[in-house]
Write a protein that binds this ligand. Structure first.
Ligand code: G6P
Length: 463
């Protein structure tokens, strides 16, 4: 057996990996490295220490890289057939599991678990098996494997069967549905998801609330969590990186351009999101419109800077939502705007430097998701904002567990309350705002990404 073991001592598995490729005009491949907590966490260990990241080939460039055998040390891309990936990613992961955990279904019509769902589920199994097999091949004896998220719930159980010697962890970056909602899934599928995850030695969640919901689901469908340990690791913002990056020249340039768009002497309410159904961007705009109605004294004196970056545009419901965000922003600008004042500055082209520029300028950050595993924007803005910002925060964001004391809490469905919270945030005394923002920043950075990753690894080794 020993000869069939691989060399990697620490493995991460996720759908989206740390690097993606583009085919340039001259036919060469250009690599683009992603950011984020996991990337910095894993780079703290590094490929020379035997760390390997297994991920999907997602773009044409990625598939071409796999075909040509081009790659980076420490990364292995899996090229599962595009139709299998589409069923698993768009069909099951994003249209079913994401919807269940974020409670997004409009239940009179959805979900319908029919033959199409069963067909896609078979692809999801195939997709998970491809990961389990690749991990089994690459892992050294007794290696630690950290599987990420709802795309790969079946991997721990499959991998356990192939390689009982491994330490297997799984981390959920989303909320977990309460049992009454999770129970919408067909019973056999609900059990399969839970048992797949319970194949791990240890499961991680972003908050106690999601961990408890998972345990409750196990009690209802799988006779409890058994020997699998369950831990909470509240991923924090990376203060050092953010503070340095937000003072680079490109951010300064974006700030100057944004200031032009905002106009002299106005307050800013900032939001930065993927255009994601769970982010509640439409109700955020409705709340802002309500503010302008209820408190006309803010007209001309405030601008809502809303960045809504395209996401999951293969799904019609995301395309429709994106269009509604644009329509509502236009409507507010037409109805309230004046020659010198555009009430909503909406940008939809993803631009990290511009996001940081908006963070620096924020007087108020609006983070009002319907449900969110954590929400890093809520943690990042107080760290970056130049003068300290007030935070209007949904009670349904995981970040609320850590930031609730110094934020202004809202029910994400209540746009009148949210409008009131925006007014309260805009009216906060500057010294209060600065103090609260400092406390928010301290709480937000308690568990920086590299530490978050290493904590999980240590806990897994001890499990
Ligand atoms: C968000 C969620 C993660 C998820 C990711 C997938 O960041 O918090 O749980 O893995 O989206 O996004 P993607 O663009 O790959 O569908």
């Amino acid at each position: 057996m020993a000869s069939s073991f691989g060399a990697a001592q620490v493995l991460v598995a996720s759908n989206r990996g740390p690097v993606s490729y583009e085919v340039a005009d001259d036919g060469s491949l250009r690599a683009k490295r992603g950011g984020g907590g996991l990337v910095s966490g894993l780079s703290a260990i590094g490929p020379e220490a035997g760390a390997l990241w297994v991920c999907s080939a997602l773009s044409d460039g990625d598939r071409e890289a796999v075909r040509r055998g081009v790659g980076e040390d420490g990364v292995r891309m899996l090229d599962v057939p595009a139709d299998v990936h589409a069923d698993a990613y768009n069909g099951i992961a994003n249209s079913v599991l994401w919807f269940v955990h974020h409670m997004l279904y409009q239940t009179p019509l959805e979900p319908v678990f029919g033959a199409e769902f069963r067909r896609q589920w078979a692809s999801y199994e195939t997709y998970n098996r491809a990961f389990a097999e690749a991990l089994a091949e690459e892992a050294a004896e007794g290696a630690a494997v950290l599987v990420q998220d709802y795309h790969l719930t079946l991997v721990p159980g499959m991998l356990r069967e192939l390689r009982p010697d491994l330490r297997i962890g799984h981390f959920s970056h989303t909320p977990w549905a309460p049992p009454e909602y999770f129970a919408m899934l067909p019973d056999d599928i609900a059990r399969q998801v839970l048992q797949g995850m319970l194949g791990a030695d240890r499961l991680g969640f972003l908050t106690r609330r999601w961990a408890d919901a998972f345990t409750a689901c196990c009690e209802r469908f799988a006779g409890g969590p058994g020997d699998t340990r369950i831990g909470v690791h509240g991923l924090g913002a990376d203060a050092d990186f953010l503070r340095a990056r937000s003072h680079e020249a490109d951010v300064d340039e974006r700030m100057a351009a944004l200031k032009e768009e905002i106009g002299e002497g106005r307050r800013t309410i900032v939001r930065v999101d993927r255009t994601e159904l769970s982010k509640n961007i439409v109700r955020g705009l409705l709340a802002y419109r309500q503010l302008l109605d209820d408190r006309p004294e803010w007209r001309e004196r405030v601008v809502h800077v809303a960045f809504a970056y395209p996401s999951r545009q293969d799904l019609a419901v995301y395309r429709d939502y994106t269009a509604e965000v644009q329509r509502l922003a236009d409507e507010i600008n037409e109805r309230y705007g004046t020659p010198g004042w555009r009430p909503v500055v909406l940008h939809v082209k993803d631009d990290f430097a511009r996001s940081l520029a908006a963070y620096r300028l924020a007087d108020v950050a609006l983070v009002n998701p319907i449900r969110d595993g954590m929400n890093l924007v809520a943690k990042e803005v107080p760290v970056v904002s130049d003068t300290g910002c007030a935070l209007v925060l949904s009670r349904e964001a995981g970040a609320h567990e850590e930031l609730g004391d110094d934020a202004i809490t809202v029910n994400p469905y209540d746009v009148v309350e949210t409008a009131g919270a925006l007014h309260e945030a805009l009216s906060m005394r500057p010294e209060d705002r600065t103090e609260r923002s400092k406390r928010l920043a301290a709480a937000a950075t308690a568990l920086p990404p590299a530490r978050w990753f290493l904590d999980q690894l240590e806990a897994l080794r001890e499990a």
